[in-house]
Design a protein around this ligand. Structure first.
Ligand SMILES: Cc1cc2nc3c(=O)[nH]c(=O)nc-3n(C[C@H](O)[C@H](O)[C@H](O)COP(=O)(O)OP(=O)(O)OC[C@H]3O[C@@H](n4cnc5c(N)ncnc54)[C@H](O)[C@@H]3O)c2cc1C
Length: 381
């Protein structure tokens, strides 16, 4: 994969990461999918090699790496399997909130452990009653002396079982008008009394990813665990959700490329009516159309990543990329499965797993319908 924002150093880093994953992840991945969990030791190995939060400043244990390295880590993990998505969520979704909005004291306390793997993070926005309508969350955090008393429940939380530190979106002012002005972010640590975990959820795909319910019952969170200012949580989320959506777009693009590549091999090997099925014009046209889609997707994505690295406002384009690339990958998953015939429906073929894993990318990080409402608004509609 060539990208305009990557240098030879980045590519050398990709090579060693790929080698690491070939040894430490690929041989075990099917087992992790069956176990419905990545072992904690894999996180420790990632940390030992510097693959957790390398973009953090050295002062907090990071490598001060540019975001090109983050792109590579997310791409290479996705090449192994979408079930590794929790690593990108920790590195590039949750930890950036702590880095951007934490006080110096909070950063010193939390960030080095995020790098060393002692602390795995999660973000809890979604509740059983609301996902897209984030301003309408019902979890409350009411200040009593020097603690917030947190009550509510969250669902579909990535890294829900492994997480030691959860960033919880809650209402510190449940009566605020407009409602989003009552939203704050609280950092809840593993052993806080009143914090418990529910089921590891049984999902259609992303089997090795530990997605869970979380419960907060009169959970007393020290007031110094408030992230940023009270009432600003919604603004922080709107800011950081852009990078989250970019990560989902990156993963969808890699998944699409992987599916086209594996299908190219399959159609050349598979014979029917005395010839390789790649000789049938219909199959060639399918491949041509899919290759065109991934080329267009890659070009758009690369320019968007470069814009993001430059610090430009990517809200509209990342919403476009998130919906278009995930829809593209869904479409490609169906077409590639069809071209594998009956084998495509068998679990031992990777296309079957890709087919199960990809639909969620159109749902999480803001559904594709929500992406279109953002684009429409920014088009002045
Ligand atoms: C595997 C997985 C991992 C997840 N990880 C996390 C996580 O780590 N943290 C977290 O907080 N959440 C997480 N989520 C939750 C995810 O972000 C939500 O499921 C998603 O935002 C949609 O919310 P919802 O499920 O409540 O659907 P709803 O909001 O109820 O939406 C249902 C349908 O209505 C549509 N819809 C809603 N509003 C509109 C509108 N205004 N216009 C048009 N259509 C609309 C939606 O697009 C969707 O098709 C995860 C979900 C899954 C499945």
């Amino acid at each position: 994969m060539k990208h305009s924002y990557l240098t030879k150093d980045h590519e050398a880093f990709r090579k060693s990461l790929r080698k690491f994953l070939a040894k430490e992840a690929e041989p075990f991945f099917e087992q992790w999918e069956e176990d419905r969990m990545i072992p904690r030791e894999f996180w420790d190995k990632l940390a030992a090699q510097g693959y957790l939060c390398p973009t953090l400043p050295e002062a907090y244990g990071g490598l001060d790496a540019d975001w090109g390295y983050a792109v590579i880590i997310n791409e290479e993990l996705e090449r192994v399997g979408s079930g590794l998505v929790g690593v990108g969520l920790h590195n590039d979704i949750v930890v950036p909130y702590l880095e951007s909005f934490g006080t110096e004291e909070q950063k010193q306390r939390w960030l080095p452990k995020c790098v060393s793997g002692e602390t795995i993070t999660a973000i809890a926005m979604t509740e059983p009653g609301t996902g897209s309508d984030l301003a309408n969350i019902k979890t409350t955090a009411i200040l009593e002396d020097d603690h917030y008393v947190l009550n509510g429940s969250k669902t579909f939380i990535t890294n829900g079982i492994h997480s030691d530190l959860v960033l919880v979106a809650c209402k510190t002012d449940p009566k605020a008008v407009p409602a989003h002005k009552g939203v704050s972010l609280l950092v809840v640590e593993r052993d806080t009394p009143g914090f418990s975990r529910g089921r590891k959820l049984n999902k259609v795909g992303l089997h090795s990813q530990d997605t869970a319910e979380l419960f907060f019952e009169d959970c007393r969170v020290p007031k110094e665990n408030l992230l940023g200012e009270e009432g600003k949580g919604f603004l922080y989320l709107m800011d950081k959700l852009q990078q989250e959506r970019l990560l989902v777009a990156i993963a969808a693009q890699v998944a699409a490329e992987d599916m086209v590549e594996m299908t190219m091999k399959y159609i050349q090997e598979r014979k029917a009516f005395g010839q390789s099925i790649s000789k049938f014009q219909h199959i060639q046209f399918e491949m041509v159309e899919m290759q065109t889609q991934v080329e267009i997707g890659r070009t758009f994505l690369d320019s968007l990543v470069a814009d993001h690295i430059e610090g430009e406002d990517i809200v509209t384009k990342v919403s476009m990329a998130k919906y278009w690339l995930t829809d593209m990958a869904k479409d490609i998953s169906q077409r590639c499965l069809q071209l594998h015939g009956g084998y495509g429906y068998m679990e031992e073929y990777k296309i079957a797993r890709r087919f199960r894993d990809i639909p969620v990318s159109a749902i999480y990080a803001g559904t594709n319908e929500i992406m279109k409402t953002i684009i429409a608004k920014n088009m002045g509609l």
